[in-house]
Design a binder for this molecule. Sequence first.
Ligand code: ZN
Length: 366
Amino acid sequence: MNQNKIILYPSNWLYNSGVVGFLRVLEYKKFKIEELISLGKSVILDRCAIKESYCRIFEYHENILKEKFAIWGKNKRYPNYIQTGQKDFFKNHYIPALQKVEKNKDKKCSWCEGYFIPQNELVELKKAFNGDFSNFMEQREKFQGIHFAGLGAAITEIPNSFWNLNNSTPICHLCSYFVIFNHLAFIKTSEGEIFINAPDFKLIWDLNKFAEEVLQKSKEYEIRKIFGSSLLQWAIKRRALLGAWTMMNIEVVVKKWHKEEKRWIIDYFDLPEERTKILLDNKIANLIERIDEERIFDLILTGKFSELEKANYFVLKTILKLKNSEKISENDPIRKYFKKLDLIYLQKISNILPQLYIKILEKIRR
Ligand SMILES: [Zn+2]
């Protein structure tokens, strides 16, 4: 294995969102991300990416988010992650040392394989540090709520299958660095900020990109629809098969700011397994896309599959009416299913709907 690379495997959502935020910063300004990163099920990272990401995280906030970002002293996102006086030390000494992380047989990380700054580097770091160095380093080896603006509290309260956390979970130096990127992976929606998590980094990257594209169409889409559309787009564009275990572990992490209590509330959303399976099927996804009608998509998202048969019945009736130049009344049942009521479109639909229904039934039976 190339000594210069670090391999990151998917872990819990906080870690994954940290890595995705980190990738976003690297991707910013069309930076040659592929030279530093290889993005697959796992992420293979060139060590220089660490320093690059630290320079760019501030630029990214200023230019893209129009926000002044800080990790020192009192700040909005990561209060006291470091102290104001440690700013230069962190940039000029700590970050370069962080590029040299390696596995340590005596220390463990609860999130990843464990990447720690080597002992000889720590000796050098200590020389450059002003104050209680061991206390400073201790903070980089524990996940503590206080460092992450209310997020810690929200996390400890909610059980999650990936999550195994107590008040101070041991983490490694690299993980404690990735944490400060996690907010960048979240996408704003009308129901809170979301991050689509999965046990595969390329899949996470794609699904969240597709979710952002869906939101370009309407900011008001509910999470169910954003998530469903994102799965659908993945099936259409990637044409790959996912293992059952991977499919079962795709979920949306929803982060809402509780104004009165001044802390984040974390919630999870997922679709029943059979619906995820349906949306991730390339053939089914293409049929849904060709129908291009939100109301039909909603039926599938809410699992009302048998309504597709009903819808088709009304499509056929409407085709007859249109052929006979009959007017379609305002309360005609077809309007429950379709907005567009022209003959050519409905004829096309009358071909697709039965196919779609059969494909869905096949998928569920399996
Ligand atoms: Zn770690």
